[in-house]
Design a binder for this molecule. Structure first.
Ligand code: SF4
Length: 228
């Protein structure tokens, strides 16, 4: 059954009807690659993942599908650009501060939190992730979330170089919190199995994890400024 996560089924092609933008996300997109609907902003920073889940509703981004926008134009969903996003956040927060805590037109509060998503931001290089983290912190963002399924698909991505980058970011911006929004669909994605298919008891309690996943989670958990 785990294969059905990423293995295409011919049944997918039997009915191609449906909305191109089912979440009407583009209605809340003040600039390319940003969805600003609530106090949390969502950024599309990557257009790919280590594997493509068949159920993913970001298919339109990953597949570069053409979307009809509110102004009637048609274009694929694009990725966020740091400069433009930074300018938008600063201007939004400036207007909010000058209007007693609410944006004069939309009524939204200060933009404090950003979810970096995609695609999977963890497929980006460390330099690129560092640029986003620092750029968002400089723009006044206090909480940054990284949405990722990489702990399931490629836990080795959480290597010492990645953590060195995170620690350098924390030294530069100690007031900014990081939240890793990890995505698992099934325990088989992080638990070891015996040849007979059963999970393996851990003598210290609980069940045995896949070592690389366990290492990555431990490294994240021992940093008190990161929550998982
Ligand atoms: S990892 Fe997340 S963004 Fe990527 S295909 Fe799967 S559900 Fe979609």
């Amino acid at each position: 059954p785990m294969q059905t996560l990423i293995k295409a089924s011919p049944r997918e092609t039997l009915d191609l009807s449906g909305a191109e933008d089912p979440g009407k996300q583009l209605t809340y997109s003040p600039c390319e690659g940003l969805i600003h609907k609530y106090e949390l902003g969502l950024l599309y920073v990557a257009a790919t993942c280590s594997a493509h889940c068949r159920f993913c509703y970001r298919e339109e981004l990953i597949g570069r599908k053409e979307i009809v926008r509110e102004d009637g134009t048609t274009a694929p969903k694009g990725l966020a650009q740091l400069g433009e996003i930074s300018r938008y956040i600063k201007e939004h927060n400036r207007l909010v501060a000058g209007n007693g805590g609410r944006h004069p037109e939309t009524g939204r509060e200060r933009l404090r939190e950003i979810l970096m998503s995609g695609g999977d931001p963890m497929v980006l290089g460390n330099k690129n992730i560092a640029a986003w983290l620092a750029g968002l912190a400089e723009a006044g963002i206090e909480n940054i979330r990284i949405g990722t399924k990489e702990l399931a698909f490629y836990p080795e991505r959480f290597d010492p170089t990645f953590f060195a980058m995170l620690d350098a970011f924390h030294r530069a911006y100690p007031e900014v919190n990081l939240r890793m929004m990890v995505h698992f669909n099934h325990p088989d994605e992080f638990l070891r199995k015996a040849p007979d298919g059963s999970y393996i008891d851990n003598p210290k309690g609980g069940l045995e994890w896949i070592p690389a996943t366990r290492r990555a989670v431990k490294e994240l958990a021992r940093r008190d400024w990161i929550s998982i």
